[in-house]
Design a protein around this ligand. Sequence first.
Ligand SMILES: [Fe+2]
Length: 165
Amino acid sequence: MTDTENVSQTISQTASNSDAVTATAQFLAPVVLGLQALTINGKQAHWHVRGANFIGVHELLDTVVAHAGDWADLAAERIVALGLPIDARLAAVAEKVAPTAVPAGFTKSGEIVRDVIADIDKVLADVKAAIDGLDEFDLSSQDIAIEIMRGLEKDRWFLFAHVAE
Ligand SMILES: [Fe+2]
């Protein structure tokens, strides 16, 4: 037996138990897909916003997109670190994520901010479900969901402040 064969036989793919692995994939996969969709639809909004506060909203939407991409990576790599794959190909995202509220074409800033907030709220519902569902299975995965919740709610506030009465 070579050293390589020996290693592959004695080191398991993950140190976590199977319930933790399964729950992590179950609860974080929708979060990954929703955040990947937000990166694409947020860019759509970034490119087509018009009207009041143009520069502020245009630049803030890029921040929202960048954060969404970072958090998708964080959640996806937690699943993979525990040994499972995730299908986050574009077709899978399109199939499993609800349609965006962001329209095609140029859109007034107040309207497009509300649309992006609506998209964020759909992601937040999955993030909240992940926090609740992972509580009894894997606290490290839950911690990732909590980090995403904290950050995404802050970005939501930054957007909301543009349209608050
Ligand atoms: Fe840009």
